[in-house]
Design a protein around this ligand. Structure first.
Ligand code: ADP
Length: 473
């Protein structure tokens, strides 16, 4: 079985204990990796703190050059990373509408390159006969990154690269379910970066908590559940850490009466089911106008019945398994509750009879707000389709949620859709698509979906503190 090591201060660190990494398509281990402890966090933070002294002084050109070389290294190892991502997450190589391991690794390369190009120049806000006032952006120090299991490599790049670009050093902790692509990424990056600039410690919540509490960590960037985000905020309060929290979403999509159901069904299906629904900004509650309700339900069900579900390394597979048994249990529990509350199952509704954590793509009609499948994030291949009568009602139902990550309006009238979009309570709204992110547009949630944004100049600024400099004339 292939073994993956942790890296601290530019060197691999052998650990007594190891972690078996499960392939969710077989429920069998396929790799083994070092298992870190809170003591390793201490060691890694010490290394990152020491490395910060020189790294913060390095020039923009040098940092940009190294980050571009990291992008080159990721790209040169793309087939290897795609295989690792499929083995640890279960997502297909290609995937429905091209959302799969290829997109994850390609995205990691693209984000790295684009982020390398950004600058945060000194801003002059006054320059007159009295004084010149400059606003400088300075790195924070050691950034702790805690990442989830749904897009392990891509989300690690989202955390690590802007932190490095702005002159911070990093200790990253990948999810205990999916550590291998991150361990390999850190190993490759360490062939390029000075030692101690990027360190990785594996482990579960106790290791994450040690990072959140560590007095020498200046900021936490976290992607994961709202529940864990709140724990991190509590643990980080003692040292007043800066936080970027990208948490759960239960995104609503509203389909207006003027769409052509057959035309939009594949995009709607992809928005709901890509990565088997295991994406924070996947479409998870679909509100459809009563005049086209049956048509949309039938079109989606027709796709769900023909989509190819299987082991992600097999050719043409479009959807893979759930990533872990616990997530499968959540999906099963919400499906059972939907059945009891009168949900009409148009497709699916069962665990698949094969090894691994597979659940049939499932579409449930006739539920309303107040049933668990509508109110809670299932994070799996199951979507409730809810009927509405008028647009005010649809907006009210969509906003009736403690979450506020993304939302979407589907209509052939773009002007009308953009007006309605502004009434949705969420960080990003898409028209006629859902969940598409890009490296130069800010992305983040409101309400229980998080604090702060990632990507672009706005995302970069979150890895810095402001220093105002006043120079008298
Ligand atoms: P899930 O329960 O589906 O794995 P989480 O949000 O709990 O989702 O996990 C996301 C990341 O947070 C993982 O890397 C996990 O190990 C880490 N984590 C879990 N509990 C804590 C905690 N108390 N403090 C810091 N990190 C944690």
């Amino acid at each position: 079985m292939k073994r993956f090591e942790m890296m601290i201060d530019g060197a691999t660190v052998a650990t007594e204990q190891t972690l078996k990494v499960i392939n969710p398509a077989t429920a069998e281990p396929f790799a083994e990796c070092a298992l870190g402890t809170p003591a390793h966090v201490d060691q890694a933070v010490r290394a990152a703190k020491a490395a910060f002294a020189d790294w913060r002084e390095s020039s923009d050109e040098d940092r940009r050059d190294m980050i571009n070389r990291i992008a080159d290294a990721l790209e040169a190892h793309m087939p290897e990373f795609m295989e690792l991502v499929t083995l640890e997450t279960g997502k297909p190589q290609g995937g429905y509408k091209g959302v799969g391991a290829g997109m994850e690794v390609g995205g990691a390369v693209a984000w790295t390159r684009v982020t390398a190009q950004f600058d945060l120049p000194v801003e002059v806000i006054q320059d007159n006969e009295e004084a010149r006032i400059e606003v400088h952006r300075k790195p924070l120090g050691v950034v702790g990154s805690i990442t989830p299991w749904n897009w392990p490599l891509l989300i690690s790049v989202w955390h690590v690269i802007p932190a490095l670009r702005t002159g911070n050093t990093v200790v990253i902790k990948p999810s205990e379910y999916t550590p291998v692509s991150v361990l390999r990424f850190v190993e490759l990056a360490n062939e390029i970066l000075p030692k101690g600039v990027l360190n990785v410690v594996t482990g579960a919540g106790d290791v994450g908590q040690a990072i959140a509490q560590h007095p020498d960590v200046a900021k936490i960037v976290f992607t994961g559940s709202s529940r864990t985000g709140k724990r991190i905020m509590e643990n980080a309060a003692g040292t007043l850490k800066r936080l970027t929290l990208e948490l759960g979403g239960n995104d609503a999509g509203i389909v207006l009466a003027d769409v052509k159901p057959k035309e939009i069904a594949p995009a709607l299906f992809s928005a709901c089911f890509h990565n088997s629904g295991q994406t924070c900004a996947a479409l998870k509650r679909l509100y459809v106008h009563e005049s086209i309700y049956d048509d949309i339900c039938n079109e989606l069900a027709a796709i769900a019945k023909t989509v190819k579900v299987g082991h992600g390394l097999e050719q043409d597979v479009e959807l893979g398994p759930l990533q872990n048994a616990r997530q499968l249990d959540i999906v099963k529990e919400l499906a059972e509750d939907a059945r009891r509350s009168g949900g009409r199952f148009l497709t699916g509704g069962r665990e698949m009879d094969r090894p691994g954590y597979f659940y049939e793509p499932t579409i449930v009609a006739d539920l309303t707000n107040g049933s668990r499948l509508v109110d809670e994030e299932p994070f799996g291949p199951i979507v409730p389709v809810i009927k509405y009568q008028d647009e005010d009602e649809a907006i009210r139902l969509a906003n009736d949620s403690p979450n506020g990550l993304g939302g979407s309006i589907w209509s052939s009238d773009r002007a009308k859709a953009s007006e309605l979009a502004k009434r949705l309570e969420c960080g990003t709204v898409w028209i006629n698509e859902h969940g598409a992110v890009q490296p130069d547009a800010p992305f983040g949630g409101i309400k229980n979906s998080g604090i702060g944004v990632e990507f672009g100049r706005y995302g970069l600024e979150e890895y810095t503190s402001i220093q105002t400099v006043k120079i008298p004339k």
